[in-house]
Design a protein around this ligand. Structure first.
Ligand SMILES: Nc1ncnc2c1ncn2[C@@H]1O[C@H](COP(=O)(O)OP(=O)(O)OP(=O)(O)O)[C@@H](O)[C@H]1O
Ligand SMILES: [Mg+2]
Length: 215
């Protein structure tokens, strides 16, 4: 089973947005997806409750209160809560996992995210066979803070696997139980294009549809 965890102790940086988009992407590919909601705020569970009947099905599990089910799944996507202690993240991580860390390009978000990554210990993550990818989220053009974030990531030698723009498409998707992968491509063309590198990082066999490449 492919395991992808989305975590950052900083609140509101886009963990649930990324986790629901990723879960929905794999579900749309016909994979059996378990979305593990580790957050007692239950934002991912709320999202799934609003999912329209015609969308690719996926399973949610309240991982904050119960151990993961034993049934086989192809993909597990974990949505971690804010203010989480490094030990709690380590309890969930397993060798072979991909850990995605969304970061907003603002000074306080960059500092808090850096502290989170330092507390997790990048050397231990590498030793534990856990790959870390960072996602710049809610990016608005070439701001000073977007530039600072890029500089920081280069220094830390961590891959920036996506740079996702700030758009109401994600806010609306969260509200309606869908993802950009469930919407007509012409409406989210710019957004789909920003996901190719991330999806290829998660799954080296990822092969976007020809119309998606042209986006
Ligand atoms: N790229 C984006 N463009 C516009 N709005 C976004 C984007 N990403 C996230 N948001 C919005 O920002 C808010 C916080 O996002 P989200 O809930 O995904 O963050 P979170 O890290 O899961 O928060 P928490 O720490 O509370 O769990 C939500 O209202 C979401 O719709
Ligand atoms: Mg959340």
């Amino acid at each position: 089973m492919k395991r992808i965890l989305v975590a950052n102790a900083k609140g509101g940086c886009g963990k649930t947005t990324l986790a629901t988009q990723i879960a929905s992407h794999f579900a749309a590919q016909g994979q059996r997806v378990l979305l593990a909601d580790y957050d007692p705020q239950r934002s991912a569970s709320d999202w799934l409750q609003n999912r329209p009947a015609g969308c690719a099905p996926l399973t949610i599990h309240p991982a904050w209160q119960a151990p993961l089910p034993k049934e086989p799944y192809d993909v597990l996507v974990g949505d971690m809560p804010a203010a989480i202690a490094p030990q709690a993240v380590w309890q969930v991580l397993k060798a072979g996992d991909k850990l995605l860390v969304p970061i907003l390009p603002s000074p306080s978000d960059i500092k808090a995210s850096l502290r989170f990554l330092m507390a997790l210990n990048l050397a231990d993550l590498a030793k534990g066979g856990i790959e870390v990818g960072l996602v710049a989220n809610r990016v608005r053009g070439n701001t000073e803070y977007a530039r600072r974030l890029h500089e920081l990531l280069e220094k830390m030698r961590l891959p920036l696997v996506a740079s996702i723009r700030d758009t109401q498409n994600y806010v609306r998707a969260m509200d309606h139980g869908v993802s950009i992968f469930d919407l007509p491509a012409y409406r989210v063309r710019n957004d789909l294009a920003q996901w190719h590198a991330l999806l290829a990082w998660l799954d080296p066999s990822y092969n976007p549809a020809p119309q998606a490449i042209q986006a």
